[in-house]
Design a protein around this ligand. Structure first.
Ligand code: HEM
Length: 421
């Protein structure tokens, strides 16, 4: 029996500092010792010891789908410090009084309200509707690739700036029909909201996006079209959600679907360029692409951790006693490299999914599993297909170890991806 098989847990000792630069730099392998150290370890954010940290695949699946845990901190009396920290931010005015628009209820509610809100938009993100968007996504990717040589300096282009970044926001803006002239503003605000900044900058971006969303709703109410907002304003749906809920939903879709997908495209491109054997497999057999995207989500998925879950009762995870109100933070990047769930987990193996295996948790699991997963996968597939078809000699313009990564502890991302065409 390995130490891992024993139901270990670590309640003593220094809490894990989630801002530790080693964990932030490489959340895939740096969590390995944590995962082995104990089933659940105490964690610390901004100097406050506030939660349990879960790193194992099976535990995270449980925490995300078992009614003993909820995403809704307000539903649990005495919900832990994690939630109180958020309240402190609100009290300090970090969200410019617009905090209610940050998490739309779709992210932080469970039960009836969550089902109602999610039910209103599920169809728009179904595999069928997403597949119908593919020609448009291909066209956007092709247009960006056409312009790529214009951005080259000494033969080098930054693929993050000129390819990965503009693609997803253009798709979302088309989905909700944001006028072309306004798209740069939406893109900048969304990037600020995902950048982990706080204070005035965050408040301004949020207030601006809320105002833009209201203007957009008024516009679509007066001039209905074939977009998602017009659909939600139609008589079939209109009385099923309030205007505030619609504003929050728009804000959430833009923020959740933008930077995440940018980072998936950039991380995946880097992974393929640094694993030429895997890229060759993909080139030989384009039908591998959907499986490849799934494996890339597991191997270098952009979201390090999901939202905290709160225990609804005194319970245990394995033998770890968890008290009602305790927060548990699911580290999905650690779960996706858990050797108990994946054979040879640190190896990029594009054929893995085709052979069948545990699903990765990069899009979460259970009732809150990513609503936009099909869209994100379709965008990544379209982007990678177009890029490697159009630029067969694509190669990194720098040593992989010199690539600069951001220090956002939630979104694992490249600051730039310099390539030669
Ligand atoms: C939820 C990741 C793209 C919309 C989630 C969750 C994860 C995730 C991990 C679950 C959070 C939790 O349970 O705590 C990602 C990644 C993406 C991506 C890695 C890209 C690679 C998108 C896109 C959209 C979107 C394109 C829509 C345009 C949402 C929404 C939720 C969600 C609305 C909340 C669902 C709910 O709570 O019921 N996403 N996402 N995401 N995602 Fe995504």
């Amino acid at each position: 029996m390995t130490e891992r098989d024993q139901d270990t847990t670590e309640t003593d000792g220094e809490p894990l500092d989630l801002a530790d630069q080693e964990l932030v730099r490489d959340p895939f392998t740096a969590y390995a010792p944590v995962r082995e150290r104990g089933r659940m370890v105490r964690g610390r954010v901004r100097g406050v010891d506030l939660m349990w940290v879960a790193t194992r695949h099976d535990d995270i699946r449980t925490i995300m789908s078992d009614p003993r845990f909820t995403i809704d901190a307000t539903a649990v009396p005495g919900a832990s410090v994690a939630h109180r920290t958020e309240q402190t931010w609100q009290a300090r005015g970090m969200y410019a009084g617009h905090e209610k628009y940050l998490r739309a209820g779709i992210f932080d509610a469970d039960g009836t309200d969550h089902r109602r809100l999610r039910g209103l938009v599920t169809a728009a993100f179904s595999p069928r509707r997403v597949a119908a968007l593919r020609p448009r996504i291909d066209a956007i990717a092709a247009q960006l690739l056409d312009r790529l040589p214009d951005h080259a300096e000494n033969g080098v282009v930054d693929l993050v700036e000129h390819f990965a970044r503009p693609l997803p926001i253009t798709v979302i803006c088309e989905l909700i029909a944001v006028p072309e002239a306004d798209r740069d503003r939406w893109r900048a605000r969304s990037a600020t909201l995902s950048a982990g900044v706080c204070g005035e900058e965050l408040g301004e971006a949020l207030a601006g996006m809320v105002e833009d969303a209201r203007t957009l709703i008024d516009h679509h109410a007066a001039h209905p079209g074939g977009d998602l907002i017009s659909e939600l304003l139609s008589p079939r749906h209109r009385d099923r959600l309030s205007t505030d809920e619609l504003v929050a939903l728009i804000t959430n879709l833009v923020v959740a679907g933008h930077i995440t997908t940018v980072n998936l495209i950039a991380n995946s491109t880097e992974a393929l360029l640094t694993h030429p054997d895997q890229l060759a497999l993909l080139r030989e057999d384009p039908t591998l692409m959907p499986y490849a995207v799934d494996e890339l989500m597991r191997y270098c998925g952009p979201v390090v951790r999901a939202l905290p879950r709160y225990a609804t009762c005194d319970t245990t995870v394995g033998s770890t006693p968890v008290q009602a109100g305790d927060a548990v933070l699911p580290i999905v990047s650690a779960a996706n490299r858990d050797p108990a769930a994946f054979t040879d987990p640190d190896r990029l193996d594009l054929g893995r999914t085709r052979r069948g295996r545990e699903p990765h948790l990069g899009f979460g699991h259970g009732a809150h599993r990513c609503l936009g997963a099909h869209l994100a996968q379709e965008e990544a597939a379209a982007a990678l297909t177009a890029l490697f078809d159009r630029v067969p000699d694509l190669r990194l313009a720098t040593d992989p170890k010199d690539l600069r990564r951001g220090t956002n502890p939630v979104n694992w991302h490249l600051k730039a991806l310099p390539v030669r065409l």
